[in-house]
Design a protein around this ligand. Sequence first.
Ligand code: GRF
Length: 216
Amino acid sequence: MQKKIKLAVLISGTGRTLKNMIDRTKAGTLDAEIKLVVSSSSSASGLQYAEEAVIPIEILERPAFKSQGEFSTAIFDACRKAEVDYIAMAGYIKFLDIPDDFTNRVLNIHPALVPAFCGKGYYGDHVHAKVLEYGAKISGCSVHFVDQKYDNGPVILQKAVEVFETDTVASLNDRVFKAECEAYPEAIQLIAEERISVVGRIVKITPLTEPRVVEF
Ligand code: GRF
């Protein structure tokens, strides 16, 4: 049986990404177990999905901590206590200091094709508005490991979508989010299957081994 990876999911808002992960784990199409949900806000509506799925919740709000460092430490301590293998940021909008033991173990999804339309200030609808304003013909999403710069870590996978002249921020957001709902579980599944290795900033994906040819 495929080993399940133990995940903590970090949210700040509506939790659609979290819901997608919960649905996929329940359907048996994602070999992950969500051990903990951490929210940066007690009013994040996405917390309802954690409650419904009976997943332990930690609410850690930035103003409760004196510094960025103490805030980050509290989050990673909660994740260590929950004994998770990986952390998935899912609409999480706070910047974290990544400790050494979590290098290449924190994932994020960005709603554009990095290194375009990313970095500080590029989140949510702002990203899609910038894509439309620029006149880009393609956008998409990028699943990447998180390092100490915004949207900068090694890219695990990307999915492209077309941008149409008739697009609005909302319609582009919908199309990109559909791609995100495929890309994020796919990336986590690759990790669960131990098919990912990171060399410098390059993520290598081991192809599935060919089925053995049986001769009669
Ligand atoms: C999406 O734009 C995703 O790319 C970004 O957060 C948004 C989803 O947030 N990381 P949520 O899951 O609906 O809270």
